[in-house]
Write a protein of this length. Structure first.
Length: 118
């Protein structure tokens, strides 16, 4: 009997919420970025998923693209170069830390659904 194809949108949403792409209830990560070996709810083997450098590249792309309006606002509203450098540095670090976990979750979910639908 053929297995039903997994829904890509549902899996990506679950990944963005850092949940198991299979059931949507178990945790995807055991730590900040460490992938849980097995889902505690459905028993799905998550340890086989490998993200490598993809999420880091995607995060850097998103951070750099968001840097353009941030710098523009900084040049318009913050005339002091040191204040601008400090503000932009804080924004970059905070954005990278927040986005990396979300992007890695979506990346792992896409890898999972691609393997299931292959």
């Amino acid at each position: 009997m053929a297995r039903a194809k997994e829904n890509v949108g549902a899996a990506l949403t679950r990944g963005l919420m850092c949940r198991c792409p299979s059931c949507g209830e178990g945790k995807l990560f055991a730590g900040y970025l460490a992938v849980a070996p097995v889902c505690t709810v459905c028993g799905e083997d998550l340890g086989r998923l490998r993200a490598a450098d993809g999420p880091a590249f995607m995060t850097m792309l998103l951070v750099c693209l968001s840097l353009i309006p941030t710098l523009w606002l900084g040049f318009v509203y913050i005339p002091n170069p040191l204040a601008l450098a400090g503000t932009v540095s804080v924004v970059i670090v905070a954005l990278a830390l927040v986005l990396l976990r979300l992007v890695k979750g979506a990346w792992l979910a896409f890898e999972w659904v691609s393997a299931r639908n292959a």
